[in-house]
Design a protein around this ligand. Sequence first.
Ligand SMILES: [Zn+2]
Ligand SMILES: [Zn+2]
Ligand SMILES: [Zn+2]
Length: 296
Amino acid sequence: MTGGERMEWCAAILWKVTNRRMSRTDRLASSLIRTRKHTLLITLTFLGTGTSTGIPVIGCDCDVCHSPDPRDNRLRASVLVQVDGSNLLFDTSPDMREQMLRVDLCSIDAVLYTHAHADHTAGIDELRRYNIMQEMRIPVWATIATGEDLATRFGYAFAKAFPFFGGKPDLDLNIVSGPFQVNGIDIMPIPIQHGTLPIVGYRIGRFAYLTDAKSIPASSLEMLRGLDTLVITALRKSEHPAHMSLGEALAAIEVIQPRRAFLSHLGHEMGRHATVASELPAHVRIATDRLVVEIP
Ligand SMILES: [Zn+2]
Ligand SMILES: [Zn+2]
Ligand SMILES: [Zn+2]
């Protein structure tokens, strides 16, 4: 894309964002029609598929960290979910700047936080670039506990101190306490346990994203019926107190029964992509950075 073409593309997206703000009623109406017809088309882009260290791990001599296979390079976990022209970013990883440059994303409609750990939040300052491009505050969604943590650590991002965009992130915090909508898109928070920490995954249509899960309560399993695509944590083959192992993730997939599942949030201890991928059932794949999948 040339510089001129890119500017035109960004301008078209900004026009769409402005227009979208002006036609909320129309959007809600079209969302109801969409729900009736079940025509939600979701594009899922894996921005990062690594655990908190990323892969390669700094200073590590292991076989995975020195793999020549690009699939063994993993930025910190985050996904972009595009639904009917809306861009939903799940978490702001420490690698967010590089991730946004890779996908050349010009607008973000909302950020959905799963929890406040640094590998899911530390890129929050990169959102200020979107304040500049979109000339608006960016809505973010988080549970009360995650929201309090964000407000404590990044209080400046939620303050309305500056009369212009760009000096800092300008974010509006929305508290997740049950199902909610962004641009008329129905979003269902899924309570899960990250070891002893209660966090959330999210379901949109027939897609669910469960990062950093160690266990899934029975009431949440009920919310995961009829999935086309499930993304779930699988840290490594051996057990960990706060993350599912490969065996635990496969067992959860067996219970949830999605049409297909992608494993993410991998640590280098898991082994090389090519080796582990060859050991999996046909409907389970290891996610890789930059992988794009369509979900009907
Ligand atoms: Zn390593
Ligand atoms: Zn975590
Ligand atoms: Zn994590």
